[in-house]
Write a protein that binds this ligand. Structure first.
Ligand code: E4P
Length: 215
């Protein structure tokens, strides 16, 4: 499973990229707003740090508006994947963009039927928002299972990009199901690396190392 970082914070992205575990980046307008910086400046910086798919989201909700924004974003860098909302106008735009060879990440997917339509429209990625489903007492991971099964049943090439991840168990479950990608917040990437037995073991080794006589 590929791991993307779900962040627009360039320091977080640099830190995770230095660990060698990042295959791509996803951003959204909320994450970009948190940086307090212009959208395109943020994208330029990210493209310099990560050589992999970088999702950049449109904010138009009509076909022409989505297409205009998407073409402009795609022109910025070969690694840009245009994030399009999973609405009827978005699907129309995805169909056109797919014909133009522009890669898309269809976002805000909350049902298997939405995911099926996104794939039929030619989406490169579909993003089920599992944490937001869990937040309202649903089962986000069930949606991931359904999408993986549907795409496999019909040989659909759209990749399942598990989004809205809240904790390490989401990453484990997504990889056991066979999702293509998990986009993971910076804090959770560090949680994935950490284990208390590693810390205890390391502490002991370092203490014992001090007892070794010098050569
Ligand atoms: C990723 O593409 C999404 O924008 C992101 O994972 C949403 O996460 P949230 O539900 O924590 O805002």
């Amino acid at each position: 499973m590929q791991i993307f970082i779900d962040s627009a914070d360039i320091e977080e992205i640099r830190d995770a990229a230095a660990m060698g575990v990042i295959d791509g980046v996803t951003t959204n307008p909320s994450l970009v707003a948190k940086t307090g910086r212009p959208f395109k400046d943020v994208l330029v910086d990210i493209c310099e740090v990560v050589d992999g798919p970088i999702s950049a989201e449109v904010v138009s909700t009509d076909y022409d508006g989505i297409l205009g924004e998407a073409r402009e974003l795609a022109k910025m860098h070969d690694n840009i994947v245009v994030k399009v909302p999973l609405i009827a106008e978005g699907l129309k735009a995805v169909r056109t963009l797919s014909g133009e060879g522009i890669r898309t990440n269809v976002t805000l997917c909350f049902s298997p039927t939405q995911g099926l339509l996104a794939a039929k429209a030619g989406a490169t990625y579909v993003s089920p928002f599992i944490g937001r489903i869990d937040d309202i007492s649903g089962n986000g991971m069930e949606l991931v299972e359904q999408l993986v099964t549907i795409y496999r049943n019909y040989g659909l090439e759209t990749r399942v990009l598990v989004a809205s991840i809240r904790h390490p168990v989401h990453v484990v479950q997504a990889s056991l199901i066979g999702a293509d990608v998990a986009t993971v917040p910076h804090k959770v990437i560090h949680q994935l690396a950490r284990h208390p037995l590693t810390d205890i073991g390391l502490e002991r080794f370092l203490a014992d190392a001090k007892k070794i006589p010098p050569s």
